[in-house]
Write a protein that binds this ligand. Structure first.
Ligand code: ATP
Ligand code: MG
Length: 380
């Protein structure tokens, strides 16, 4: 094979785009990135940074028309443009049709229902008043989980609703409601599949959440019965086969107190729950995506060591030019990998970087992570 001389573009220049660009460097691939500002994390690591808005049709079309392959690091992109680029013969990952399903949480849950994939009981509405009717006539009873159908992320656009007052204070637009799951654990898995239908899956990880609903800590491997992990992998393969999926897909699950696995949501791109694959697996999720979009064989997804990952969030009391405290201590600790995204400005709870503590002994790496969380602080 002649080494692929394909021109690849990523919509989005955040940290996920940056790690994708870095993963492409060993093969000397050319990666263009579209985003608003050249101060964004991916800009110094791509071969071409194009300034523009990935949610605008014209910007995405202008960016994509000279490329062979287009992929994303964020869902909020202009999908009409992706449909049109696909019609022009460009390879688009994920498929724009699947992206449209994911972007609407109502359609997403409907997709699981139609494909008989396990998910929570739900109802989807075009506007809040329709939901109120269902509550008034007794079809849905408090408490339940309300979600905005569009553009929710990091827990914004999700609320537990316990009363009429809470219901009345919700945004009026399109929404989805779900049964409140009695959660034992939140789990995730990343699956990949290429055009040949070759697929692979990483080990299950466990996610622990902070009050602010941003991922607080990720633990790999998940501390679960192997039969549960096996089931997660089966569901993951079934899902990607059912839509002839190409690329990588992160699947978030709930394990309820009765031992049922339920799909919460999917992300058709690199995901927070796969950061540790850089240090803990021979092939990272980022290299894996590049392999998939070039129709190359899946890389080795084995976990070679355990990992604890936590996000470095902007301190709640600081905004302004970012400064990191505790960098030296982190680097002085064995098998600690610090990623700094290079965002010039910090804001309360903004994702500024992440740390992976890797090793063989779970107790040891958990306590190292706890210790470092106190020492590494993002101020201004
Ligand atoms: N049906 C449910 N029952 C109980 N808890 C839920 C339910 N749906 C969501 N949650 C809780 O809310 C969190 C955020 O929900 P969800 O993942 O749908 O939102 P998001 O904002 O799109 O997510 P992300 O944080 O992945 O960007 C979940 O991780 C879970 O803790
Ligand atoms: Mg989520």
């Amino acid at each position: 094979m002649i080494f692929p001389e394909k021109k690849i573009g990523i919509l989005g220049g955040g940290q996920l785009g940056k790690m994708l660009c870095i993963a492409a460097a060993p093969w000397h691939l050319k990666i263009a990135v579209l985003d608003k500002d050249p101060s964004f994390p991916a800009a110094p690591y791509c071969t071409e940074f194009v300034k523009g808005d990935f949610s605008e049709y014209d910007d995405v079309m202008n960016f994509g028309k000279d490329l062979d392959i287009i992929t994303i690091e964020i869902e909020g992109v202009n999908s009409k443009a992706l449909h049109d680029l696909k019609k022009m013969g460009k390879a688009v990952f994920p498929d724009p049709e699947f992206l449209d399903i994911v972007k609407d949480k109502g359609r997403q849950n409907q997709f699981y229902r139609v494909h008989r994939l396990p998910t929570t009981r739900f109802s989807s509405f075009d506007q809040l008043t329709k939901l109120k009717e269902k509550v008034d006539n007794g079809d849905w009873k408090f408490p339940f989980v309300w979600k905005s159908r569009f553009e929710g992320y990091d827990g914004r656009g999700v609320a537990i609703v316990k009363s009429d007052d809470e219901l009345n204070s919700l945004p009026k637009g399109a929404c989805l409601i779900e049964e409140l799951v009695d959660i034992e654990k939140e789990l995730a898995i990343i699956v990949c599949r290429n055009e040949n239908g070759e697929k692979s899956v990483y080990g299950a990880v466990e996610m622990v959440f902070h009050e602010a609903n941003l991922l607080d800590q990720l633990e790999s491997p998940a501390n679960i019965d192997p039969a549960i992990e096996h089931k997660m992998k089966e569901i993951a393969f079934e899902l990607v086969d059912s839509v002839d999926y190409r690329g990588i897909l992160a699947i978030e699950f709930f394990l309820d107190k009765k031992g049922n696995l339920l799909i919460n949501e999917v992300a058709p791109r690199p995901h927070n729950s796969g950061h540790h694959t850089i240090e803990c697996c021979p092939c990272s999720q980022y290299e894996q995506l590049i392999r998939m979009i070039l129709n190359l064989p899946p890389g080795d997804t084995t976990s070679t060591q355990q990992g604890i990952m936590f996000n470095l969030l902007g301190h709640p009391d600081y905004s302004g030019q970012a400064k990191i405290e505790g960098f030296q201590q982190a680097l002085n600790t064995k098998n600690v990998h610090l990623h700094w995204y290079g965002k010039p400005q910090t804001r309360p709870m903004r994702k500024m970087g992440h740390v992976v503590v890797a090793g063989e002994n779970r107790k040891e790496i958990l306590s190292t992570a706890e210790d470092l969380k106190k020492k590494i602080i993002i101020k201004s």
